[in-house]
Design a protein around this ligand. Structure first.
Ligand code: ATP
Ligand code: BTN
Length: 239
């Protein structure tokens, strides 16, 4: 069925906009903005959203399997976004567990899946995507990590392709889980077989990144053994 996409010039956050309208939405409905005054990343961090130069996109989805599936869903969004941006730009875009896209080892895009509420076994989620296209230095004060731009692309085409592919892949994910996507993840993984560290609160765990398992957990080789790490409080970094 057809989805609606609202185009907003200025908004606090496209995720917030949809979160406040859950009752009026059908899976696949989305919005985009030219500017966000209060865009967010994970754990209350800020997402810099200057006017006109980037993509700020959110989509509503009703997850029939409930919140437990939200982790896998965010990995599927990363795969869809990476492949769409690859085909539009020809650039070697990669995924970083659990929720970013990288270009040349720099952060190109972020994904934020937020829970809006539950009805019975269903979870209502909003999927937010920010992609840097032609952002300039003075617009930002991102000092804690390197970031990248994709370059100029047709944003209408980008939104149309992301929305269309997301809908079909999320349906596939609801039917078959993460299993059909594991190979895609490994093909696109920026950190596969590279030394990484996991920041978990004040703790640091070091190892060699070995992709993900069927639950979407990060696999880390430590002293010859592979351990699965899962949880929203983990940040992956190059070591
Ligand atoms: P994690 O690995 O836990 O996802 P993260 O540091 O990337 O860690 P997020 O919450 O995912 O944290 O994203 C927010 C961070 O992203 C900010 O603290 C800032 O460093 C960076 N950031 C903010 N805006 C942008 C942007 N437009 N492009 C690239 N990076 C950004
Ligand atoms: C992250 O890397 O932590 C995720 C960043 C997600 C940013 C996008 S921009 C569109 C949507 N609206 C928001 O407020 N955040 C997401």
């Amino acid at each position: 069925s057809d989805s609606h996409c609202e185009i907003l010039p200025i908004i606090d956050s496209t995720n917030q906009y949809l979160l406040e309208r859950i009752g009026q939405l059908t899976s696949g409905d989305c919005c985009v903005a030219e500017f966000q005054s209060k865009a967010r990343g994970r754990r209350g961090r800020k997402w810099f959203s200057p006017f006109g130069s980037n993509l700020y996109f959110s989509m509503y989805w009703k997850l029939e399997q409930g919140v437990a599936a939200a982790m896998g869903l965010s990995l599927v969004v990363g795969i869809v976004l990476a492949d769409t941006l690859r085909s539009l730009s020809g650039q070697d875009i990669k995924v970083k567990w659990p929720n970013d896209l990288y270009l040349n080892d720099q952060k190109l895009a972020g994904i934020l899946v937020e829970l809006a509420g539950k009805t019975g076994d269903c979870a209502h989620v909003v999927i937010g995507v920010g992609v840097n296209l032609t952002m300039t230095n003075p617009d930002t004060n991102i000092v804690n990590q390197k970031w990248a731009n994709l370059g100029k692309v047709d944003r209408n085409l980008l939104v149309a392709q992301v929305a269309k592919t997301l809908k079909s892949k999320l349906i596939e994910f609801e039917q078959h889980g993460l299993a059909p996507f594991i190979n895609d993840w490994h093909r696109l993984d920026n950190f596969a077989n590279r030394p990484v560290k996991l920041l978990i609160g004040d703790n640091i765990i070091r190892g060699i990144a070995k992709g993900i398992n069927d639950q979407g957990a990060l696999l880390l080789e430590q002293n010859g053994k592979i351990n699965a790490h899962i949880g929203g409080e983990i940040s992956l970094r190059m070591d």
